[in-house]
Write a protein that binds this ligand. Sequence first.
Ligand SMILES: *Cc1c(COP(=O)(O)O)cnc(C)c1O
Length: 227
Amino acid sequence: MLRDRIEQLEARVRRAAARSGRRAEGITLLAVTKLFPAAVIRQAYELGLRRFGESYVQEFETKAAGLGELAEARFHLIGHLQSNKSRRAAQRFDVIETLDSARLARRLEEVPAALRRSGPARLEVMLEVKLSPEEAKSGAGVEDLPALVEAVRACPSLELTGLMTMPPWSEDPEESRPYFRRLRELAGRFGLTKLSMGMSHDLEVAIEEGATEVRVGTALFGPRAER
Ligand SMILES: *Cc1c(COP(=O)(O)O)cnc(C)c1O
């Protein structure tokens, strides 16, 4: 039952926070609903969840039609964003966590406030950082960050709040720790306070390393169908 899984997950977050001398209230739970139907988002909302992560602009557009009015729901884009979909992303999402180029920042900056989901408020963005040389992985390289941070901060319609990363998948959560630690160091260097890191299998390690947001799919909703 989803209700039980939410409780178990919140308990994991509380324990990890307590162990690291942190307040659990400082850690946002992002429920990752990619590839699950709108009914699952509605059910999670009824059970009190408010932040949802989606990976594909088009899939979310299709689902949004069946969502109805969830007044307090906030949606984060956590999948790679192509610049030709930037307008559609700004229309649908409250937070874009996967900004990884100055070109994409300029495209988001160009979306008129009247079209943005954030309206006259700035659109919140985070930079996705690629910390491993793995192929086929999006995100900005560490060496590109200084220029990228500067470019995003020069966009008056965007509010840069933090960094996001996804380490190479490993069964052993300890393998993620060096990546999380590195992300935290980088955020500090640029004066950024939000850290989106940690998923179902490694969220405890992420919280110990300072995560302010964990992105959890499987532990809440079970296995996903392949895309
Ligand atoms: C799918 C996804 C998640 C959730 O992963 P789980 O292992 O199901 O918790 C988190 N972050 C990103 C970027 C994802 O694509």
